[in-house]
Structure formats: C-alpha cells, structure tokens
Design a protein around this ligand. Structure first.
Ligand code: ADP
Ligand code: MG
Length: 252
C-alpha cells in the first residue's frame, strides 16, 4: 500500500540467508533467502506442506534452524549471545488457534506477559491493555472469559495480547483460517489497521484478495524454497514461474 510504503526506511527488520531446516531426514526448508524492510508487510503463500509455518517459526526461534542465518532487528538468532527472550519480545506471533488462557478474563490475558516478562506495573499494564482492546474494538469484553467470545473476537484478543509486548514485528500464521467466514473480515480489518500504522509484518495467509490489497510484497513458497516473489500485482497478475501459475490457478 502506498501509505505503508512511504514509511519504509530501507533498514532490514528481518534478514534470512540460506535458511535450512530438517526434521530428521526430511529437509523442509532447503535454503531460504528473504529480507523484510522495516514497516514492510509481506505475505507468504504456497501449498500446504511447503514450509510456510516452519519459516515463520524459525523467525522467532520456535524452531531451531539447521543451517543458514536469521537476523532480526540486527540480532543473529542462532548466535550464542542471542537472548531468546529479548528476541521473542520483539516479535509477536498470532496463530490459527488463539491459545487464550481460559481461566483468565480477556484483560488478564493481555496483561499477563507485560507484567510477568516486561515487569510492568499492573496499573500500567491494565491501562495499556484497555487501550489495545479499544484498538481491536473489544473494550466491552475486558472482563469477559474467552469462552464467551466468538472466534473472531478471540482472535482479536490474541492480536491485542501479542501487541501488549510492544513488538517491532508481527507474524501471523493463517490467523483467519480457523474462523467462520463471517468473522474473517473483522480480524483482517485489525491486521489492515496494523499495516497502515507501519508495523513490520509477515503473514502466512490463504486470503489472496487481502494479500493483494494490504501487502507490499508476496512470497510464493513451494517445496521448502521461495519460488517467486514480487509486488502483489506482479505475482498475482503476471506470475513468472509455472509452479506459481499452477498454484494460483487453483486458489484464485
Ligand atoms: P505449511 O505451513 O506450508 O503447510 P509446514 O511448515 O507446517 O508447512 O510443514 C512443512 C513440512 O514440515 C511438512 O512436511 C511437515 O510435515 C513438516 N513438519 C513441520 N513441523 C514438523 C515437526 N515439528 N516435526 C516433523 N515434521 C514437521
Ligand atoms: Mg502452516
């Protein structure tokens, strides 16, 4: 989007080079190179099993790379010196399933990590949590239990909870795939607002229309490798590789 592109500084937020990941003898990432600029919004698309989730998980060390390097906000994640807690505080991640704590209220879910990990005072975390709830349109749900929320509302709480750590980067792994269709739009709207605010984001998504509208760049993965990447109009409108053409012909 132009408003978002204007905020790019050119400083890489994420630099992935030669990233490999194997599970046993199964090499699922076979050498990924990817640079994401600060403020850039990148969507990763590709068939099931192509390694999209594994790539995202390597970006915050939920998976240990087998080879190559991952540099996030100037920090080499695989180095001995990397403090994994600092790394994770800088990168928020939202999953397909929301993983909210069922025995806590919505607001307590959001306050937990800032109080426990960031050592914020409860009153500070509470004020920040309420403001985040307003941002995702759920102020009235602060004292509700997750079980009483719809799927779309739960996912918006999960996004607010990730934002409560004030991350520099947000990763979304199929954040709308588990939702009923009528709830997809409200979650995409929150992601759209984040993009407009200049947040650096990597989104794995099956929402091709959304990727086309919101993202600065689309990365098509297949077989553990980046097959093609470019501006959305380029990749969706005039894909260069046969594998990209075949995939898009099935999903568009
Ligand atoms: P995608 O998100 O594109 O569907 P994934 O990254 O989830 O793909 O998976 C890529 C491949 O890695 C798949 O063959 C999957 O079975 C395998 N895989 C992913 N996670 C694990 C794991 N923890 N252990 C073993 N194999 C895994
Ligand atoms: Mg996946």
């Amino acid at each position: 989007m132009t408003e978002n592109t204007a905020t790019h500084t050119g400083t890489p937020a994420i630099e992935v080079a030669g990233l490999r990941k194997s599970f046993g003898s199964n090499e699922v990432l076979t050498g990924i190179d990817l640079v994401v600029a600060e403020g850039e919004v990148v969507s990763v698309i590709g068939p099931s099993g192509s390694g999209k989730s594994t790539l995202l998980r390597c970006l915050n060390r939920l998976e240990e790379p087998s080879g190559g390097s991952v540099v996030v906000s100037g920090m080499e994640l695989t180095s001995q010196q990397a403090d994994i807690n600092v790394v994770r505080q800088n990168i928020g991640m939202v999953f397909q399933h929301f993983n909210l704590f069922p025995n806590m209220t919505v607001l307590e879910n959001i306050m937990l990590a800032p109080v426990d990990l960031r050592k914020k005072s409860r009153s500070e975390a509470r004020a920040a949590g309420l403001s985040l709830l307003e941002r995702v349109g759920l102020s009235e749900k602060a004292d509700a239990r997750p079980a009483s929320l719809s799927g779309g509302q739960k996912q918006r709480v999960a996004i607010a909870r990730a934002l409560a750590m004030e991350p520099k980067i947000m990763l979304f792994d199929e954040a709308t795939s588990a939702l009923d269709p009528e709830m997809v739009g409200e979650v995409l709207q929150v992601i759209r607002d984040l993009a407009a605010s200049g947040m650096t984001m990597v989104l794995v998504t099956h929402e091709m229309g959304f990727a086309r509208e919101v993202c600065d760049r689309v990365v098509f993965m297949d077989g553990g490798t980046v097959v093609e990447q470019g501006a959305p109009e380029q990749v969706f409108g005039d894909p260069q590789q046969t594998r990209t053409q075949e995939f898009l012909s099935k999903v568009l």
